[in-house]
Design a protein around this ligand. Sequence first.
Ligand SMILES: Cc1cc2nc3c(=O)[nH]c(=O)nc-3n(C[C@H](O)[C@H](O)[C@H](O)COP(=O)(O)OP(=O)(O)OC[C@H]3O[C@@H](n4cnc5c(N)ncnc54)[C@H](O)[C@@H]3O)c2cc1C
Length: 360
Amino acid sequence: MPDPRPTLSSCLILGGGINGLLSALLLRQAGLDVALLERGATGRESSWAGAGILSPLPPWNYGPEVNALARRGRALWPEWAERLRLASGIDPEYRACGMAVLEVEQRDAALAWCDAHEEPVAGLPPSLAHWGNHDSLWLPNVAQVRNPRAMQGLRVAALRAGIALHEQTPASHLLTEGARVTGVETPSGVFTAECVVAAAGAWSGGLLAEVGHAPVIAPVRGQIVLFKAAPGLLPGVVYRRGHYLVPRADGHILAGSTLEEVGFDQSTTAEARAELLDFAYRLLPALRQAEIVAQWAGLRPGSPGNVPTIARHPVLENLFVNSGHFRYGVTMAPAAGEVLLQRMLGMAAPVDVAPYAWGL
Ligand SMILES: Cc1cc2nc3c(=O)[nH]c(=O)nc-3n(C[C@H](O)[C@H](O)[C@H](O)COP(=O)(O)OP(=O)(O)OC[C@H]3O[C@@H](n4cnc5c(N)ncnc54)[C@H](O)[C@@H]3O)c2cc1C
C-alpha cells in the first residue's frame, strides 16, 4: 500500500510562543527541517504572561470544540512536562493541584456536565471548606504549569532538537505565486520552505491579512498581580466569577485576570491592580501581609467562541495556521499541535479536526 501521507521536508513557523514552539518540535519529530521566525525573543508574549491553569474556567461554560482540545491538551501535559524537563533541564512545574470553583451559578447543571464528561468532581477539601460547599465544587484533576519555565524549556528543547530559531526576525510579508507561498520577507532577508505555519498569537490576524481569508483573531489584554507568600498558603487554584488565584509551589500566588479589548496596548493599569487586589484580599485575607512582587499584562489571541483555527489556508495550499487559542492556549497547545500535524501530514489526531477549519 502506498503511504497516503503527503510528504513534506521543510517548514517555516512564524511566531515563537507556546503554539509555534510546540508545533515546531512536533514537526521536527516527524522528520521535517524546521526553522522558526520570532519577532522578539521566543516565549515572551501571551505564553509567558498567562497563569498556566490547564482548564477552561470553568469547563461547563464552554462547548465541545473548546473542551475537546482542552481535555486532550491536559491529558498530554504530564508527558510534555517530563519531556521538556529531560530535554532542557528546566522543570515546568506541572502540578495536578486541583481547582476550587466558588459561587457556581447552576451547581446541578455543572455536576451533570462533570458526570457526562467523566470529569471527577467533589466537595471542597477541608482546608478550603470555609468558603462553603453549598455552591462550590472541587475539580481534583485540574493541573497547572509555570509559564516562564515551560517557555524556557521549550526554547532549549527546540534548539537541542535542531530547530533553527531566528529571534529578532519579524515576518513582514508573505510572498505568494499562484496558490503557493514562495517565501517570507523579513528585515534580514527572505526565508523559504516547503510550507509555512502562522502561529503569531494575537498578531496572526494582521500577519495573514494580506493573503486574504484571515481568521478573526484580535488581542484581548489580560493583567495579573503576583504575590510572594509562604509556601502552602493555598493548596490549589481557586476560581470565582471571572477571577482566580494560582499558587506556585514556592509560595508565589498569581491573582488574575482582566479581559480588556484595548487593541495592542500592553500597559498595566492602576484600575486592574485595584480590581485584582480587591478580589485577592477578599478571598484570601492573609495576602494583605504578602509582598506584591509584580504586575504584568499580556495579549491573548482572542477568537470567536474561544475556538482556534488550526488548518490549511482555503487557497494557498502550503500555508497553515495554528492560532486563536484565546484564553486556553497553554492548555490546548499539545492537542492543537496534533491537529496541525493531522492537517499537514495526515497523521492521526485523537480529536475531531473539523471545528478548527479555516473558514472562507
Ligand atoms: C493574563 C493571561 C492569563 C492567561 N491564563 C491562561 C491559563 O491559565 N491557561 C491557559 O491555557 N491559557 C492562558 N492564557 C492564554 C494563553 O497564554 C494564550 O492562549 C497562549 O499563550 C497563546 O499562545 P501563542 O503561541 O498562540 O501566542 P503568543 O504566546 O502570543 O506567541 C506569539 C508569538 O508570535 C510572535 N510574533 C508576532 N508577530 C510576529 C511576526 N510578524 N513575525 C514573527 N513573530 C511574530 C510574538 O512575538 C510572540 O512571541 C492567558 C493569557 C493571559 C494574557
